[in-house]
Design a protein around this ligand. Sequence first.
Ligand SMILES: Nc1ncnc2c1ncn2[C@@H]1O[C@H](COP(=O)(O)OP(=O)(O)OP(=O)(O)O)[C@@H](O)[C@H]1O
Ligand SMILES: [Mg+2]
Length: 284
Amino acid sequence: MFVPAHHNWKLYESARSAIARQPRPKHLLPGDHPASCTCAIVSVMAEPYIRARNLSKIYRSGGAPLPIFTDLSLDIHRGEMLALVGESGAGKSTLLHLLGGLDSPSNGTIYYGGIEISGLADAEKADFRNREIGFVWQIHYLLPEFTAQENVMMPLLIRGVPRATADSESLARLDEVGLRARASHRAGELSGGEQQRVVLARALVGKPSVLLADEPTGNLDFRTGEMIFELLEGLHHSHQLTSVFVTHNLHFARRCDRVLSLEKGGLVPGPADGPQPETGPGYL
Ligand SMILES: Nc1ncnc2c1ncn2[C@@H]1O[C@H](COP(=O)(O)OP(=O)(O)OP(=O)(O)O)[C@@H](O)[C@H]1O
Ligand SMILES: [Mg+2]
């Protein structure tokens, strides 16, 4: 069982219970103050959930150091669906890995509510990821010899959840992505779109508050990609998630709450941010 280092225990516990107590409203933009809210509630809701501060990432493998960003800051509000676009090699996956605690910044801090994840020890970070963050990648990383349901329940078994609960939760998530009838099929026998639906079910089985998706539609034809994006959009709302969606597809990016573009190591409003004429798929 995961045991946080003693000096982090109180902070960890109080931060976790504070996060649990926080409402998860649909995304509020700065200045969106519902008339019925008290000032105190507004200030809690306006506080960004994910705060990345002065991040730098410099890869040092190989020859010369390769700086990807040197001073990047980012706020993401609870309930927000943020699209992250940018040219290939700009550092989108790198940023998502840092936000997900899968890699550490060379400098800077990342907070989820009151928890600074860049300061957590490896075991604490792994536990935090397992509970708070669902990941979806372009390549699905399912275990092909295991059934769809076994793949979905994996994060719960790792967490030590009893098998009966893991069974029912995984079936419920497969139901949500329209694959309950395929629960006992091996993952390797499913189509690319179906496998991506299994990945979505797996990402959400542990009831995370955050979904990080790196080009989840990148390997799919447009129609299947559209279906996966719609599913993702629906799950974002029904699970009251905070989502970061990396994509090269401006058509999908435009449908998110906000679009940021990673350019020359910095974040700028994306080319598709704000009202835009619908011009069809549009890839960046
Ligand atoms: N582990 C690593 N070690 C060294 N360099 C790396 C590593 N991971 C990524 N890079 C380099 O960092 C840069 C940014 O890579 P990253 O994968 O974040 O880009 P991206 O914006 O996600 O690109 P794409 O749209 O093609 O997925 C690239 O030049 C890449 O070669
Ligand atoms: Mg990438």
